[in-house]
Design a protein. Sequence first.
Length: 364
Amino acid sequence: MTDRKPVNIIPDEDFRSVTILDQSLLPGRTEYIKIDEPTQMYDAIYHLRVRGAPAIGIFAAYAMVVFAVSESASAVSCREFELKLEQHCKYLKSSRPTAVNLSWAADRMLRVAKDALSGTGDDDDSIRNAVDMMKAEAVAVHDEDRQMCRRISEFGLQLINNGDGILTHCNAGPLATSEYGTALGPILLGTEKGMDFHVFADETRPLLQGARLTAYELSKAGVNVTLICDNMASIVMCNGWVDACFVGCDRVAANGDTANKIGTSGVAVLAKYYGIPFYVLGPTSTIDLDCPSGSEIPIEERPPEEIKEKFFSEPSSLPEVRCYNPAFDVTDNSLITAIVTENGICRPPFTESLRKAKSGEEIL
């Protein structure tokens, strides 16, 4: 693991397993986990051992291949093999329903397998061909993300200036992707080019991705980073210390409404009040044109223990006190200045610009 670009997902050469950096243990411990069983795959996503929309997609692609390699040895027919892949795809997607990259990658792998299995030839040859095609597709998913992160970083860098103060929420850096990241990408790329920024990283309760991961990545990269509690975002904006807000995204609806880590919409409301541009950065794979607006995005709810017990030596509240713990919220498109993708910077009206970006058309 390098200081700036930690290696978070490593497929084995034979694709019988995939190794991940356990992000739930950072920054205190750096441990890697070898994963080769379906329950391990599900748990790695659900328990945020692998996290960040693009990284989840990459992991899901490799997880589908690892499962296919395992099942191919005992499959007696193409149909049986296909049914097992469909079941595994559905199982994986249920681990975190809000992140569209998960379903995007798993479904993409399933389509490749089905196409290969539909060809002529005996079942054994068709199954071997399907596995080989899935291996190549998973590597392509990973490579595409590297290229997308670089392009997003380059477009995002156009929006900020040397010496700017930037506020970010949650974590959308190399740990959440393959390289550079999305929301942190322009900052890391600019730093490579000799630019200086002052980043304010929201700690991001309740799982502290900002404190544990974003501050860790930026500090290792030599970026001037100040950690703040989530409820301090307003005062640093009011003080005039923030020139732009950069956040990632887990799903972008067709109208530009954006689901991201809980607390993101509050940052957007504050930025609007203080006249600070609010930018969403993410690959076009997070754009869901089949989802008309944010009201149709499913919001994952997580256990109350994450609020009352995790990171505390003693529970922070009485056992009988109920908790509401949504993992994400939706930022209304009216609060978003622009959405930065690998195909360019999408501006309102988002319905049109997002459609162009999703189709592969470069946004000028």
